[in-house]
Design a protein around this ligand. Sequence first.
Ligand SMILES: [Zn+2]
Length: 313
Amino acid sequence: MRKWKILNITVIVTLILLTGCNNSEKATQVKKIIVAEDKSSAVASVNTEPAETVIAPPVSQTVDKKPEEPVTSEPEVKKPVEPNTIKPEVKPKEVTPKVVVQAANKVIVIDPGHANKSNLTKEALAPGPDSSEMKIKDGGGAQGVVTKTPEYLVNMRVAMKLKTLLEASGFKVVMTKTDNSLSLGNIERANIGNNANANLVIRIHADSEPSGSATGASMLVPAAINANTKAIHDESKRCGTIILNTLTSEVGMKKRNVDEHSDMTGFNWSKVPVILVELGFLSNANEDKLLSSDDYQNKIAQGLLHGIIAAEK
Ligand SMILES: [Zn+2]
């Protein structure tokens, strides 16, 4: 019995000890949990503020917050849509291209006919073996039947207006002369075109005939009679045709012919395309008045400009 009592006592004691030990462990576990919750709650409270911007929310409380946070974060992400509205503003700035001027580097030589004095010196009609035939440099031009305006003045006024218009359109213009008192020979005039390597030489004149009834503009182009004119005939005729068509239709004057000439010194010495336009008849009373008018000269210059642009495009 004593042994049983002793055994019972020891069993009881050990049981008490064991249960006491468990309680203390439980106590420490409870403390750990409390600390852990405190930490997690502390973390959670810290995380709630940056949760709007940061993707990963805290563990326990995030379950409720998750659905809310993306909703608030998405509209913020959509804000960068604003840059899309900037793009159309940038495009118009880039769309402004350089103005293409096809006339760039094209050289037009303008040759106003005659001068305030004639030049009766003779020169060879054509180069080469046919140079024995001579022709006077400038017999003087026509004169307005009513206004008495000399041809060289009409020619120069239209020439200077055309120069201004051509240059404004991007052409390089070379004048054979700008001085009314300068009476050039036709070989000299042709050489100015040759030296300028002109895309086109346009010689400007006004017509005259005895009856006084003839009206309208005509175009003279070189006939293919020598090495020079054979090379330039086709291009000269092509340009002359286009320019006469444009001039007469725009100004509203009678269109006469495109005639090939072998008897003109200025053509025969030219190595570049060359045309001679007769603007109208100073021998006709009505056209004489028109040709002396500034408005009509402006119309003619415009018509020639548009014809040249059409021919040289
Ligand atoms: Zn003339």
